[in-house]
Design a protein around this ligand. Structure first.
Ligand code: PRP
Ligand code: URA
Length: 209
């Protein structure tokens, strides 16, 4: 699928299967999400530009590779995005962080924004937006609209599970934003949940249901 990368690494798939299992505890779910996010982070950052910097190793001078450009921004769509954010920050501790507070209304499935805080200078930075679930894509699409309105133009979206309907909608609304996901599931049910999915990511992370 154009613009969509499925991260099918065996470790990712194995951990995802445990997360999907309804018998998996809240504590294990949260730990696995953090573990999996480091593996996903590795893939979503795979083709970052490098430059070189002159250093002295104990053996002599070297032009050594370093990341080029301004520091990355990780944008978490609250609440569940924070489960991915933690592991990403383990790998890129210097990244800047944006928080986009959005929940979807259970009746209408429309996004409701309740919080937004982002670094001032989003233009000229790569912004990696994280949320475990891309279902109708209403939340992710609204988050992208918001970040673009604040100047972001180089954006990637990372999730754990996506529905085909969500990918279609997201790519139509934001064809410039590549999507990275660990799996594309079968479909959405009548309540807008991903099937087979893993249930409500926020509730499973925080034990709120
Ligand atoms: C979940 C999930 C996404 C959204 C996906 O969040 O984390 O943000 O639903 O659904 P959509 O693609 O149909 O918009 P939720 O609204 O449950 O909020 P929470 O993270 O606070 O639990
Ligand atoms: N949000 C979730 O947390 N899970 C779904 O399956 C759909 C939306």
């Amino acid at each position: 699928m154009d613009g969509v990368t499925v991260i099918d690494h065996p470790l990712v798939q194995h951990k995802l299967t445990i997360m999907r299992n309804k018998e998996t505890s809240t504590a294990s779910f949260r730990r696995l999400l953090r573990e999996i996010s480091t593996l996903l982070c590795y893939e979503v950052t795979r083709n970052l530009d490098l430059t070189t910097t002159r250093i002295e190793t104990p053996m002599g001078p070297m032009d050594a590779p370093t990341l080029e450009g301004k520091k990355l921004v990780f944008a978490s769509i609250l609440r569940a995005g924070n489960g991915l954010l933690e592991g990403m920050l383990d790998l890129v501790p210097a990244a800047r962080v944006a928080h986009v507070g959005i929940y979807r209304d259970h009746e209408t499935l429309q996004p409701v924004e309740y919080y937004f805080k982002a670094p001032e200078d989003l233009a000229n930075r790569l912004v990696i937006v994280v949320d475990p679930m891309l279902a109708t894509a209403n939340s992710a699409t609204a988050a992208m609209d918001r970040l673009k309105a604040r100047g972001a133009s180089n954006i990637r979206f990372l999730c754990l599970l996506a529905a085909p309907e969500g990918i279609e909608r997201f790519r139509t609304a934001h064809p410039d934003i590549p999507v990275y996901t660990a799996a594309i599931d079968s479909h959405l049910n009548e309540k807008g949940y991903i099937v087979p999915g893993l249930g409500d990511a926020g509730d499973r992370m925080y034990g709120t249901k």
